[in-house]
Design a protein around this ligand. Structure first.
Ligand SMILES: [Fe+2]
Length: 272
């Protein structure tokens, strides 16, 4: 657990679904994922003056290799801000822990000013969908109870990889968080949860659910088209999200997509 005091508002960045390979020539649906992430990193360097923390919400690697995680660390290191990462369905949590040895990257609980930030592992080995194991549900429940009882914590933000609300495309309906009802049962017992941040569905979403702001962010590589019956790639550029957390619990957030980059994904692909 880390506790930090910084300015208000707290300025976070979400970077998600980088799908890096051990080899810098690795391609996903014709996109060189290292190259597209490098464009996102350059865009952050150009646009953002100061970042307090980076949330990396899974599918860090496509091939789950140690080299891919090292490549991520090298790229993110250029931004000069601390980060935490959680695994997605393409990741191997054990290899991530090995890559993060001697760092705080895998830490699951963070306090910044009067905000608590939680990082959950929703992965199920060998499966695309997500599920919170008993120990993750217990961690969520215990951490939120501690926040509820604390005078120093006024607001909570939860990070996870899998969408806890059903996807908006037909092909996505089974790939989200399968025990979403158990998740929300715990979340709704707490009065301080203000925001849920996730990745997995490679698109920009910003909506309220059960009074909680829900944010999903484009991948740094391929984009999935919302509301499609079958798997369909979108033609939008990769990007990242800024999240500003205010002392009173309000949140400003914006997705920034890279410019000056020719996105050449295989738009005829029927899966990945
Ligand atoms: Fe992904």
């Amino acid at each position: 657990m880390t506790s930090l005091t910084t300015r208000h508002p707290i300025r976070l960045l979400q970077i998600t679904d980088t799908h890096l390979y051990g080899s810098s020539s690795g391609k996903l649906l014709e996109i060189n994922t290292q190259d597209s992430m490098d464009h996102v990193v350059k865009s952050v360097q150009k646009n953002e003056e100061q970042i307090d923390f980076i949330l990396a919400t899974g599918d860090i690697a496509q091939d789950a290799s140690l080299e891919a995680y090292n490549n991520f660390m090298e790229a993110i290191g250029k931004l000069g801000a601390p980060f935490r990462w959680i695994p997605g369905n393409h990741d191997n949590p054990d290899v991530m822990a090995e890559a993060a040895y001697d760092t705080n990257a895998c830490e699951k609980l963070l306090y910044i000013n009067n905000w608590q930030i939680l990082f959950l592992d929703t992965t199920v080995e060998g499966r695309v969908h997500g599920r919170l194991a008993r120990k993750e549900l217990d961690f969520l429940s215990e951490s939120l109870a501690a926040a509820e009882a604390s005078k120093e914590v006024n607001h909570c933000l939860i990070c996870l990889h899998h969408n806890p609300i059903k996807g908006n495309a037909d092909w996505m309906k089974d790939i989200g968080l399968h025990n979403r009802l158990e998740f929300f049962e715990i979340v709704k017992q707490n009065s301080k949860v203000a925001c849920i941040v996730y990745g997995h569905v490679h698109q920009e979403l910003d909506f309220q659910y059960e009074g909680i702001r829900c944010l999903c962010t484009p991948s740094t590589c391929v984009q999935f088209k919302p509301n499609a019956t079958n798997f369909t790639l979108d033609e939008l550029n990769p990007g990242y999200r800024t999240i500003q957390l205010y002392e009173d619990g309000s949140i400003d957030s914006e997705v920034i997509r890279v410019s000056g980059y020719t996105y050449e994904a295989d738009l005829n692909s029927d899966g990945y």
